[in-house]
Structure formats: structure tokens, C-alpha cells
Design a protein around this ligand. Sequence first.
Ligand code: C2O
Ligand code: CU
Ligand code: CU
Length: 485
Amino acid sequence: MRRKKFLKIAGIGTGVLAFSPWLTSCITDNRVRSGTFSNKLPLPNEIRETAFELTASHADVKLTEELHLSGLQFNESIPGPTIRQNRGDDLNIRFKNEIGQDSIIHWHGLIVPPEMDGHPRDVISSGTYEYQFGLNQRAGTYWYHPHPHHITGEQVYKGLSGFFIIEDDEEKALNLPDGQYEIPLVIQDRRVNDSGEIVFNPSMPEQMMTGLLGDLILVNGMPSPYQEVEAGVYRLRILNGSNARIYNISFQDEVPFTVIGTDGGLLPEPIETSELLMAPGERADILVDFSKADSSSIQLISKPFEVPSGGGMMGMQNMMGSDGPEQGAGFSLMEFRIEGESQRNSIALPDQLSEANFPEATSADQTRPIQLDMQMMAGHTINGRQFEMERVDERVKQGDTEIWEFINNSNVPHPMHVHAVQFKVLERSGNRGLIPTETGWKDTVLVMPGETVRVIMKFDAPKGLYVFHCHNLEHEDNGMMANLE
Ligand code: C2O
Ligand code: CU
Ligand code: CU
């Protein structure tokens, strides 16, 4: 049934398809045919107070005439409100759980004490959880989402996530576009059934192999959105908040853009590019000059990209594929409508954006191999094991610097995420090299099939129990997670 919704265009190579009926646009030979982007992009409210509540509750939302979501919301908003704070702030956050299911909030990318980090063993089934922590880290685009074991994917998918932005003086000195010239964009794929309901129903192969790959793209919770902009420079903070889908972020007509930041804040230097791979959990901070567009509208797209098949069972991903368009397919995300001149028609960036202070590879106290496998019965494993709530899998010494080697022996991509730390990617095996965002501080790194990716990090967080895991949420929920003490 579901397959009927796809209008596959034959003979133009891989990843060429149209999302239909909800996303009526497509890419042919990397060129985008104009589609209908008729819904205004929602911009979530901001929370600037340092003491506030986040209430998770049920939501019944009519997104468009045809599209309905029986989902979950933070403070009656999908996505949740954007939390915007200053470095050095001390926060008091009361999480209220009214969804009738275990939950706990994790602050993705923040370095907070273990009992503030949203470890799955801290779930509450109702009532409140009090968070208190200080923000002693770099300005950047972080985010928050639930972290209960086995049901993180479902809760995030149904609407529970939001941006967590930290600002500081180093960044303010750059005078980057702000206010209406700074736009947060969370990109998420969803699946729609025949009656127009967004449903969470990963198939068996999706649970075991690919993760849920939906056939409808939402930006800030809205399908087929447009945003009106002036012909000038904008700062876009992009979050891949999808469960499993990877995007190759680009603009129509290969309009270039400048990557200035990623998971852990500003890059050391700006990097100009025309495409940027982003796996679930990753963030990119980019500047784009809309006066460089040829016409009065330009689409943000995901360009087709190749997923290496890794060792072993070739083509397994497609054979046992998911119900949505395959990983690596191309499609449109949203439209920017360009009207009028802008005051902000240029920006002078310094050669150096920020002081990085990455640890030297030679300073590492040890190297830790982290084997990522797919086992016939057990599913996805980390060092051969699946998550157990109380078993400590890796012990590191506070203050130590370590190199972790993520070794992907499976046939599917794994975006690996470590709590309580930011790391620097040292190298990636094979010929893909580093992604522009990987020149900065990261907390999530894409490890493609067959690849080994080495990262270096210094463990400075308060002592206690944290987790690390694959940020493909179906993989995580199926046990591709481990305890880090
Ligand atoms: Cu964004 Cu442990 O996750
Ligand atoms: Cu996290
Ligand atoms: Cu994975």
C-alpha cells in the first residue's frame, strides 16, 4: 500500500524520486524541479529565563488540511521551545511528565553532572524531575530530547525535541546575523498512512537494519514549508533531528554556503562548501547569502549521496530495505522566497572564528577500539554487547585524554554519540576524508559501513554514569548503547 505513494522516476540514476502526495517536488540529475511549498515555516518560541518548566504532554495537531499528528509536545509546541541561554548561566528546569509513559530529558551536547544528563535509568513515569546545572561550555547549537530506553525513537518522532542554544562573548564579537536573520531549522522525516496520519511504525527490517526512513520531510514540524527572506546573509542553525535519515544539505543550483559551526560551537575557521553531510543528532551552523540565488526563490535540498555497502552482505540494505525512500536518496526540504534588499548584504568574517584548543593526538593516555557490529540474532551491538541498564561497559579516568576508534563492521551507517564530552575527529579511513563540520568540536560522528573513525577527547565531566550510543534511534532503542563511567 505504502509503496503506491512513491512516484519513482525510472532511469535517472540512484536516489531519484518524488515524495508524493505530501512533498510534491523532486530532484532530477541533482536539479530541483520546483514544487509547491505552501506552508509557512513555524519558528518555535524562545525561553530566555533561567528557571522554567518543560511539560511533556499529548498533542493532537492538524498540520495541514490533509495531515494529522497524534503526537507529543513540550510546552504545547512541536518542536519544543528553543532554550536560549548564556554561557555561565545557572539553570533550574522542572521537567513535568504528563505523557503516561516513562521519560527523562537529555541535553544533547551539554556537559552536566550524571544525574542531570538524562541517563535512561533516571526515567520518571509521571510527576516531575528537577534539573539544576551550570552552563560552562562553548556557545553553540545544542538540543534536548527524551532518553528512555527502548522508546526514545518513538518519543522524539512524535514531537519531543527542541533547540538549546548557548551564546557567549567570543561569538557575539563576530557580529553574526541574529534576530530575524538567524533561523533554526530542525529536519525530520516522517511516515504518513493512507488516512493522512503521521505514524510511528518501523517495520522489522527498519528496526533490525536501517532505522525508520520516512516518506515525508518536516522542517520545524511542518511539511513543504517556505520562509520569506531578504536578499542578504542569514545564519541557519540546522539540526538533523531525524531518527535514521542522513541529509546531504545543499541549495538549489549549487549555491555555496559557509559552514561556521557544528555540534560544539564555532569552527576554528569558516569553510565554504556546496554540500554538507549531516547524520541524525548532528548540527551545522551555516551562513548563506540569498543575494547569490539566481531567482526569487531557492530550495534547500538533500542531494543524493552514496552509502558504502561495507563488508559482508552486499546490497543487504536495499534487499531488506525500509519502506521509505532509501538512505542516500535526494529530495527537497524547503523553499526560501527572496524579496527585497537586505541591510545585511555582506559579512566580514575573520580568518579565525574561534580558539579551538583541541587535544594533541600524542597526549592520549590510551586508544580504545569500539567495534560496531550487526549480529544475526542480537541486532546492532557495541563491542559485541547490547545495552544493559546497570552494567558498566567502559571506565575512563577523570581528566584522561583518550582516542576512541569507532569501527563499523556492519552494512549500515552509525552516527556515534558520546555523552558528557565534546571530541575532535582525527581521521576517517577510506577516501571520504573529514566533513567540513569535523574541523570543529563534535559530539556525534557519522561512521559509514566499513569505515573506522578515530576521535580524541578529554574526559572532564563530573564522575558518574553516562551513556554513549548510536544516534540512529532505532539502533539505540534496540540496544546499540553502552554505559560509560
Ligand atoms: Cu541525542 Cu544520548 O542523545
Ligand atoms: Cu547526548
Ligand atoms: Cu547505528
